[in-house]
Every structure is written in C-alpha cells, then in structure tokens.
Design a protein around this ligand. Sequence first.
Ligand code: HEC
Ligand code: HEC
Length: 378
Amino acid sequence: MFSCRELLIAAGLCAVLVAPAQALAQADAYPGIGRAATAKEVTAWDIDVRPDFKGLPPGAGSVASGMQVWESKCASCHGVFGESNEIFMPIVGGTTKDDMESGRVARLRDADYPARTTLMKLSSVSTLWDYINRAMPWAQPKSLSTEEVYGVTAYILNMGGIVGDDFVMSDRNIAEVQARLPNRHGKSADHALWPGAGAGQREPDVQATACMKDCAKEPELRSFLPDHARNAHGNLAKQNRTVGAQRGADTSQPPAASLQANAARADTRAAAGQPAKMNAAASGAGAKAQAKSGAAAIALTRKHSCVACHGMESKIVGPSFREVAGKYAGRVNTVAYLARKIKAGSSGVWGAVPMPAQALGETDAQAIAQWLADGASE
Ligand code: HEC
Ligand code: HEC
C-alpha cells in the first residue's frame, strides 16, 4: 500500500523496480531527494510469490512442524483449529471433498452458510504462502523462516483436509497442492471491473466525469456510522498516521455537522499539540512531568508492537491500557507485577486469549509498568 512517490522518497526504490533509466531521470527531477536503491535493498523488497510459483524460495516444511508453528505463533489469534472469528475471519472451514474435485467451493453460493473462510475463497496456494511470509504473525511480520512458512501453510491446508497428516510441502510439490485447492477455479477475471478476455466490454462499468468548474464546495454526507458504533474501536482520529492528509474522524465526539467543522476541530488540536481530551489534572508542573513520561511510555508500546494487541481505550486482542491501569489502580507492588507479566506473558486474567512473552529489556518493561500503574495517562 505504498504509492510510488512514497517509495521514491524513501529510497528511489520504486522507480528502480520499474526501470533503472527512469530512476536516474527521477533523481534529477528531485535533486537532493532519495538515492538509487542498492541491489540488496531491491532483493529485500522483492519477495512476491506468483501463482506460477515464480519467486518461491526453495525449501520444505512438514505438517507436523507447521502444527508447532501454528500453536505457538498463530493460534492465539486465529484459534487452535483456525476457526476463530475473534480477530479476523476464520481461516479454515467450509470446504468439502467435492469442492476439491470440482475446484469450486459450493458453499460460496449458499447464502445460509454463515462464513466465508480463507480456504473457501483461496484460488491460488501461492497467495497463502506469500501472505504468511510477508505479513504474519501480525505483530512480527517477516519473522518466520522459509521452512516455517512451508510448514505452517501445509498445516493450514491439513486442517482443511487438503493434504494428509504426513505431508511435507516444498517448492517441488506445491503445484500438486494447487491442483487440489477447493476454490482453484473459483476466481474469474470475466467481468468489467478487471476486464478479462471474456468480459466482452473493455471499459469499467462505473463511469464518472471529473468536475472541473463550479463544483460543490463541500461533499454531501449521505451516510454515517450509527451512534452506538461510532466509538466502538476507540478514537479513529488517533489511530491514523500522523503524517499526510488522512486524519480520520474524531469518534470521541458526536459527528460534526459538516466536514469543515470536523477538519477545523482536528486542526485546532494539532496546532495546540494536544490530544482530544485534556486530562483535568494536567495543569500543574507534576502533571506536566507525568505527561512527558506518558509520551515516552506510549512510544515504547509502539516500538515493541504492544499496540498490535492493546489499544489505549479499546480492547483489541488484549485489554486496553486504560482497563489494565483501572484494574490495578491503588494496589501495592503493581509496577513489579506488571513488569514481570509484560516480559513473561500472561494468561487467564482477561479472558481466553493468552499474551505471549514479550522480548523487551527490563528498563523498558519497568517504564511501561510504571506508566500503567500511574493511570496510563496520555
Ligand atoms: C496478533 C494476532 C495475530 C497473530 C498472532 C497471527 N495473525 Fe494472522 N491475521 C491477523 C489479522 C488481524 C489478520 C487480518 C489482517 C488484515 O486483513 O489486514 C490476519 C490474517 C491472516 C491471514 C489472511 C486471511 C485472509 O483470508 O485474508 C492468514 C492466512 C493468516 N493471518 C495466517 C497467520 C499465521 C500462519 C500466523 C502464525 C504464523 C498468524 N496468522 C498469526 C492476526 C494475527
Ligand atoms: C499478541 C498480542 C499481544 C501483544 C503483542 C502484547 N500483548 Fe499484552 N496482553 C495480550 C493479551 C491477550 C492479554 C490478556 C492475557 C490474560 O488474560 O492474562 C494481555 C495482557 C497484558 C497486561 C495485563 C496483565 C495482567 O496480569 O493483568 C499487560 C500489562 C500487558 N498485556 C502489556 C503488554 C505490553 C507492554 C506489551 C508490549 C511489550 C504487550 N502487552 C504485548 C496480548 C498481547
């Protein structure tokens, strides 16, 4: 999800991937910005695996080894059998032996079937391999070895009944797996959205003409999140990147009557360098010092990817930091207890999902624990 321009600014990379000659021209066009990427940098980015398996690194992994990867690194979010609906849609389920024969998942046409799992929709096994390799586990993407990716991909397929218990998947037999994939014939480019050979129409089916003069100043809002859902995932304005135009609505406030009012609200706050709600106590010098250590602790929770699972105000995989702070407010030995839990992991305190041990140093764990014990203020 990078634009060419972002990449270009980062390292001159995108243009190099497209055409080296163009990269030089681009570098001239933006003097002093970026540089040509090195061959090593390009290799590090160039990890895509195509449906014809171009790009797939050699290697192998067994269903049995994949089960261990799954249970230690994936099951906490996706469920022991890949069935969990909690964090994301179920990965496994809904496919049958008949589907493996036909290459089309029958239940995709059954409106009464409750779920659309990954294995129901997947039409090329390379996509599963590639996605796990680049994006999972969620909080530590690209941390798996090639063997682990083969193994855990094989295990997911095994849970779906697509390969046997003693199967060892490798670059040499992955094409055989593709030939058994339940929805391998289910994808079509035979429509105008992505015109394929049979579309019979090369133009997209949505037409729009850009307005060039006397255009409406402000778009008309036609639909809103219902009130009960507005703040269901915490304040969206605080969850976006802090650079660029995209800000997100301040969902801690009722909807603004107009887009301009909303933007004005965000601007005032950004100019003042303030979060949405200033803590009433945050006026004295002590409160100021606390706010400063709060910012440092919050930065640590980002650095150590805690925020993949913990929101400030809302539960994600684990409880929100505010909930944790609330639970231990006023108790003794809280800092030592929380620092220990952060490093060692936790289970059974907040629900069924455990927290794996976190790889961070004692100093950082203490700083975060202290901040939580002080009420997790921003
Ligand atoms: C911390 C929670 C978490 C952990 C741990 C985790 N995942 Fe995920 N996984 C997610 C989330 C969230 C998504 C959806 C991401 C998105 O759409 O941006 C996802 C998506 C996926 C998908 C894509 C499903 C689809 O249909 O698009 C696959 C496959 C997957 N994970 C496999 C794994 C594997 C294999 C592991 C272990 C190596 C793993 N995940 C560990 C949270 C997690
Ligand atoms: C893969 C998801 C995940 C990640 C990453 C994660 N946590 Fe957690 N965390 C959880 C879950 C789930 C729980 C609830 C566990 C339980 O019920 O005992 C939890 C619980 C906690 C608790 C409360 C423990 C208690 O005994 O009440 C603290 C404090 C905490 N996490 C801090 C952190 C910090 C700090 C980090 C980053 C260094 C972090 N977590 C990273 C999922 C995660």
